[in-house]
Design a protein. Structure first.
Length: 284
């Protein structure tokens, strides 16, 4: 990102204010400024609305789109963002997908179906860098990957997708992060994401099943596992910070039960879900 020194000084309050700052204060102020500029740039790229809509205003937009916002990202152009709009430079039509290996692994899906997976890769990287246990890192890596299949109720979809292959703790963390994200937890400095006012509406109230899921998870022994997914969830990300999925190879190897037949061909209860991701172009 190019930095205009004059704009930075102005944003920090002017030259006289900057002169009074010690080096540490200047560094912190510059970091905050750059973070705000990066967020603004990404918001513009993703089409984040400048105004903060109400729930009713969002509902009024439903009939203005040729697809529903909850559809998986593999199935419609414009479905890659929660705002239901085509991002800058996105093609008008879906692209032909590359062929998958005969016995696909989890990393094959990250490279050939979930890509780009910037959000979840950076979330997992954040958890790893901050010293989270490996199961939490894995949960962060997996938690939103089911967006490829379905964004609506994605926590439940993802938990079901991965349940045969990961521990009960990881499954729980993936499933209940969806409900916990709407509820602050001061004990770990988690607050309601401001971006949700743009996505769900400034007067949004979570439905009863979400409240019930939160209350259930709050009392569960794995609560903090799910909560750590929300803590490491990133609601803005650096497009220049590229995380290679291969970075998590060892963690996947220790905590993910890769079927020898390949995901989608192991006759598990969720094999059909993996096959749908493998080939979403089947017409019937």
């Amino acid at each position: 990102m190019e930095i205009d020194r004059r704009k930075v000084i102005t944003a920090l309050g002017g030259a006289s204010v900057v002169e009074l700052m010690n080096p540490e204060a200047r560094a912190e102020a510059l970091e905050d400024y750059l973070s705000q500029q990066l967020d603004a740039a990404m918001a513009a790229k993703l089409g984040v609305p400048q105004n903060t809509p109400t729930v009713a205003e969002l509902e009024a937009q439903i009939e203005t789109r040729p697809f529903r916002k909850g559809v998986g990202t593999l199935f419609a152009v414009g479905a890659s963002t929660p705002f239901g709009n085509r991002v800058a430079g996105e093609a008008n039509n879906v692209a032909k997908l590359p062929a998958m290996p005969a016995k696909p692994t989890l990393l094959d899906f990250y490279k050939l179906r979930f890509n780009p997976a910037t959000h979840i890769l950076q979330s997992a990287d954040k958890a790893l860098t901050s010293g989270m246990p490996e199961e939490i890192v894995l949960a962060c890596l997996l938690h939103d990957s089911a967006h490829a299949l379905m964004k609506a109720d994605h926590g439940w979809w993802a938990a079901q997708l991965y349940e045969p292959y990961v521990s009960p703790k990881v499954t729980f963390a993936i499933r209940y992060h969806q409900a916990l994200r709407f509820f602050p937890d001061p004990s770990v400095n988690y607050e309601y994401p401001i971006l949700y006012n743009k996505i769900f509406g400034k007067d949004y109230v979570p439905p009863e099943y979400i409240k019930q899921a939160h209350d259930y998870a709050r009392k569960h022994k794995f609560y903090m596992a799910a909560r750590m997914v929300t803590v490491n969830d990133l609601y803005s990300f650096d497009p220049n910070h590229v995380v290679d999925p291969a970075k998590f190879t060892d963690i996947i190897g220790r905590h993910f039960k890769q079927p020898k037949e390949g995901l989608g061909y192991d006759n598990s209860a969720v094999a059909h879900m993996w096959r749908t991701i493998i080939n979403p172009d089947v017409g019937l």
